[in-house]
Write a protein that binds this ligand. Structure first.
Ligand code: ADP
Ligand code: ZN
Ligand code: MG
Length: 514
């Protein structure tokens, strides 16, 4: 912002002072997150709930196709899933009856001409996640999926004009119509793109731990809309809603972009328009989509085909005690039990199967160990798990549970490394072999003669031979050339077929070279 101050009076001639100040703007962000719930059947009919179904219009019936005269029925499991999430996040199940409402609008992916949603009696109110207050969690139904067919057009006459896409038709796939969709709305408590991403990632983790959704953003199981405003005072600014955020990265990028864009608009002395914008992933920009609709545009009214329902009919106590260990509880336990640092814990927490595998191996490794030995071995276990074993998992594109290596055998391998029975180089090969054959490491080492040579006599003998064969390197080292040592270690290891205990080889060599 630029102020022009005109001074006149004792100074002549009059002149201008230009002061440039930077007004501080505070960003405010609220999220609306839609999540497809992993129930067996759809929200209001008995059709199979498979959001990833590739064959179009396979899981459909007169109810989800909105044939006249059909009646919806509430999927109890979907209500239960929302209750579970609400209880896990400290929210309150609606004390009065909860109910469904019709949200009226037209779009080709909405066969009824309205969506069954919840307006003023959501299943859950309140709650908190990562210090962000939650406003509500409610249930609704998903829409169908539109497939726009395009045709690549080329100008025949003007060859130098680039080709363009002509939209020839749009198809509707109703497999997704009527899937149970949960919507979670936060209070505007988020302050940055980074914080929004952290919130959404933690929610994803909790949804997965609860087993109520796969919450895969790339597959559209979890869709995020961000409401963003900036303000320089106490009052919140006009918010802009951003859609089409298909990855965590785009959530962060779009929010950061939008904060900057709004700052520039205000700096120009213009005002922010209340609008819905879309994120353009290619150009990394938000673009105007439409003027923001208001609640009254939808003419919400109670769904006449579904009576209000009493949430007290669900046993909240039982539901609460059925909740699995949640990410935060696991973090705390892992820190206490395994003395890992927060970064290490995060690697395990984000992958339930890997953390389960880790726990199983650790308990095997711990049996009969002292505290000191536990601390040492757990670090080694963690390192091998997150580097070599994780490498195998990624390479084969499998999960930890699908590994042929049992956690017990994996712990055995770590013990062999600790005891210096195999070198870390050999361990890599043994691990590969373990995953091919499912054998335990000892069997593989014996079969292939891979055990590490820690026998002092044979190492000494080999080193003497190497020194005799390489007198130049010996005198180089004695003359102060440090690199000659590495050369002699290499020669000795080669002679020991890579199985010599590297620490011993180095120490004995140094001893002989004095
Ligand atoms: P609308 O009726 O326009 O959808 P809501 O009041 O339902 O608006 O809020 C939708 C989302 O926008 C919520 O997540 C809320 O926290 C957030 N929100 C509300 N006001 C603001 C604001 N001024 N700046 C940023 N986010 C906001
Ligand atoms: Zn159906
Ligand atoms: Mg709203």
């Amino acid at each position: 912002m630029v102020f022009l101050i005109l001074t006149q009076g004792w100074q002549k001639p009059p002149f201008f002072i230009i002061i440039s100040t930077n007004i501080m703007y505070f960003p405010t962000i609220g999220l609306e997150i839609h999540v497809e719930l992993k129930t067996k059947t759809k929200m209001f009919c008995g059709c199979l709930n498979n959001p990833d179904e590739k064959t179009p219009n396979l899981n459909i019936c007169p109810i989800c196709l909105a044939h006249p005269g059909t009646l919806p029925a509430i999927n109890k499991k979907a209500v239960e899933a929302v209750l579970k999430l609400g209880l896990a996040l400290g929210g309150n199940p609606s004390a009065d009856n909860s109910k469904f409402d019709r949200k009226n609008y037209f779009y080709p992916d909405l066969p009824k001409g309205y969506q069954i949603s919840q307006y003023d009696h959501p299943i859950i109110s309140g709650g908190k996640l990562k210090n962000i207050r939650l406003r509500r969690i409610h249930l609704e139904e998903d829409t169908a999926r539109l497939l726009h067919e395009t045709y690549n057009m080329k100008h025949e006459a003007q060859k130098n004009v680039p080709s363009f896409k002509l939209q020839v038709s749009s198809l509707v796939d109703f497999n997704r119509a009527g899937l149970p969709l949960m919507e979670l709305v936060t209070e505007p408590d988020i302050k940055s793109g980074k914080e929004a991403v952290e919130f959404a990632k933690e929610l994803q983790l909790i949804l997965r731990y609860l087993g109520i959704s796969d919450a895969d953003m790339e597959k559209g199981h979890m869709r995020i809309e961000a409401n963003i405003s900036i303000s320089s005072g106490n009052q919140l600014g006009t918010k802009v809603e951003v859609k089409n955020l298909n990855s965590f990265r785009s959530v962060g990028d779009a929010i950061d972009y939008e904060i900057k864009r709004q700052e520039e608009v205000l700096e120009k002395g213009e005002s922010i328009k209340h609008e819905t914008r879309g994120w353009d992933e290619i150009h990394k920009k938000t673009k105007h989509q439409r003027a923001k609709e208001e609640a009254h545009d939808y003419r919400y009214f109670p769904e006449p085909d579904l009576p209000p329902f009493d949430l007290k009919k669900f046993n909240h106590k039982e539901l609460k005690s059925s909740l699995p260990e949640l990410p935060d509880q696991k973090r705390e336990r892992f820190a206490k039990e395994f003395l890992l640092n927060p970064e290490q814990i995060e690697i395990l927490i984000s992958d339930q199967e890997l953390s389960h595998y880790f726990e199983e191996s650790a308990s095997e490794l711990f049996s009969g160990k002292s505290e000191l030995e536990k601390t040492k071995s757990i670090q080694l276990l963690f390192n091998y798990l997150t580097s070599d074993l994780k490498g195998l998992i990624n390479e084969k594109n499998i999960t930890a549970a699908e590994l042929k290596i049992t956690p017990e055998n994996f712990a055995d391998l770590v013990v062999l490394i600790i005891k210096n029975e195999i070198s870390s180089r050999t361990a890599k090969d043994v691990l590969k072999e373990m995953n091919e054959t499912g054998l335990d490491p000892r069997q593989i080492i014996e079969k292939k003669g891979l055990s590490q040579i820690s026998d002092k006599e044979s190492i000494e003998r080999t080193i003497k031979e190497v020194m005799a064969e390489n007198p130049a390197a010996v005198s180089d080292y004695k003359g102060g050339k440090e690199t000659a040592l590495q050369f002699l270690i290499g020669k000795s290891m080669a002679k020991l077929k890579g199985r010599g205990n590297p620490e011993m080889v180095k120490n004995i060599l140094k001893e002989f070279l004095i």
